[in-house]
Design a protein around this ligand. Structure first.
Ligand code: ZN
Length: 323
C-alpha cells in the first residue's frame, strides 16, 4: 500500500470566534438579510472539520459587510467542534469528532434518539437547511486535484453548476450508501422541486488555490441565485469567466477490499482511460480494471484506505459516444 504522509499546510486555519455569537441563537451561524424578497441562500463550510478553505472564504465574505440585494444569505460554519481540534501535525485527524457530519442528513437519523457531536449539530442547523432555496456546501479534497462540483443526479443542479462561468468539473453522482449528504437532504433531492444544492470540492484541503476557487464560486453562486448583482462583487473575488467541461456521470465506485490496494500510477483525477479492461490498480494481488472505454477517474485517493472505503469513482463524460 502507499504511505500517505499529510500534504503541506499552505493556508493557516482561520479564526472564527467573531462569528460564534449570533442573533440567530445558533453559534457560528450568521444571517445577512436584504431589503427585497428573494432567495434563501445557505452557504455552509466545515461540514468536515479539516476542510477550512471554504470557512476562510465564508469568513472573508462576512467581513466584507455585503448585504444581499434580495433575499437572505445565511453563513454556517458546521462542524466547529471538529475544526477546533485541527492540528497541522495531524491534519487529517479533525475531519469529524464522532461520525461523518455529511452522512446524517436523513429524517431517520435526524429524528432518531441517537446522539453524537455531529447529530446534535445537524439538529441545530436543520432549520436553516430546511428553509434554504439555494445551498452551496464548501468542501475540499484529500489529494491535489482540480476543483469539482458534486451535483447529485438532478438536471437543475447540473445546469446551475454549468452556468456559473467557472472551469469547475461537474460530477454527477448518486451519493453514498452509508448515509445521506446535506446536499441530498429532503427537498433538495425531489425531482419535481426547484431547490438548488451544490457541493464544491475546491481542491486539496490546504492549498492556496483551493481558497481562490472557493471565493470565486461563492460569489458567483450568490449572483446566480439572485441575492447579489455582479456589480456588487468586490474586486479580487472573481477568477476570469470560463467555460465548464462536460459533466462526468459517475457509474461505479471502486471500493478497497484489502489494505493491499495500490494504484498503478499517481492518478490525480480527471484522467481518461481509453481502453476497457485497463488495470488502474491492484487490490489483494488482483487487478482493478476499467469497465468501459473512455473511463474517467474521479477523486482517486488511498489516504483513508481500509477495506470498504471508496478509492476512486469511475465515470463517463456526457456527450461522448458510450462504449
Ligand atoms: Zn468534505
Amino acid at each position: 500500500m502507499s504511505v500517505a504522509a499529510p500534504h503541506p499546510v499552505q493556508i493557516a486555519p482561520p479564526g472564527l470566534s467573531r462569528w460564534a455569537h449570533s442573533a440567530t441563537g445558533v453559534d457560528h451561524v450568521q444571517e445577512r438579510a436584504g431589503a427585497q424578497p428573494g432567495p434563501e441562500v445557505l452557504v455552509t463550510a466545515l461540514v468536515h472539520g479539516n476542510e477550512y478553505s471554504g470557512a476562510m472564504a465564508l469568513d472573508a465574505f462576512l467581513r466584507t459587510g455585503l448585504v444581499p440585494r434580495r433575499g437572505r444569505i445565511t453563513a454556517a460554519f458546521c462542524n466547529t467542534a471538529a475544526f477546533a481540534r485541527f492540528d497541522s501535525g495531524q491534519p487529517d485527524a479533525s475531519r469529524f469528532v464522532d461520525e461523518d457530519f455529511n452522512r446524517v442528513w436523513s429524517a431517520r437519523s435526524l429524528d432518531s434518539e441517537r446522539a453524537s457531536q455531529e447529530l446534535l449539530r445537524a439538529r441545530e442547523l436543520r432549520p436553516f437547511v430546511d428553509r434554504a432555496t439555494h445551498l452551496l456546501d464548501l468542501h475540499s479534497m484529500h489529494e491535489p486535484c482540480a476543483p469539482l462540483f458534486v451535483t447529485g443526479m438532478l438536471p437543475r443542479n447540473i445546469a446551475f453548476a454549468q452556468a456559473l462561468g467557472t472551469p469547475v468539473q461537474a460530477v454527477v453522482d448518486e451519493g453514498h450508501a452509508d448515509g445521506v449528504r446535506m446536499r441530498d437532504y429532503g427537498p433538495f433531492g425531489e425531482p419535481a422541486g426547484s431547490r438548488i444544492a451544490l457541493l464544491l470540492e475546491a481542491g486539496q484541503h490546504w492549498e492556496l488555490s483551493s481558497l481562490h476557487a472557493a471565493r470565486n464560486v461563492l460569489m458567483r453562486f450568490l449572483v446566480q441565485a439572485g441575492a447579489l448583482d455582479r456589480a456588487d462583487v468586490p474586486t479580487g473575488w472573481l477568477l476570469p469567466d470560463a467555460l465548464p467541461p462536460p459533466p462526468i456521470h459517475v457509474t461505479h465506485r471502486v471500493v478497497a477490499r484489502s489494505m493491499d490496494f495500490e494504484f498503478s500510477q499517481d492518478f490525480r483525477g480527471g484522467e481518461t482511460i481509453r481502453r476497457s479492461g485497463t488495470a488502474i490498480a491492484s487490490d489483494a494481488g488482483q487487478p482493478v480494471v476499467t469497465p468501459y472505454d473512455d473511463c474517467v477517474l474521479v477523486m482517486p485517493s488511498v489516504r483513508q484506505l481500509r477495506p470498504g472505503v471508496t478509492t476512486v469513482r469511475l465515470g463517463r463524460r456526457q456527450g461522448r459516444v458510450l462504449g
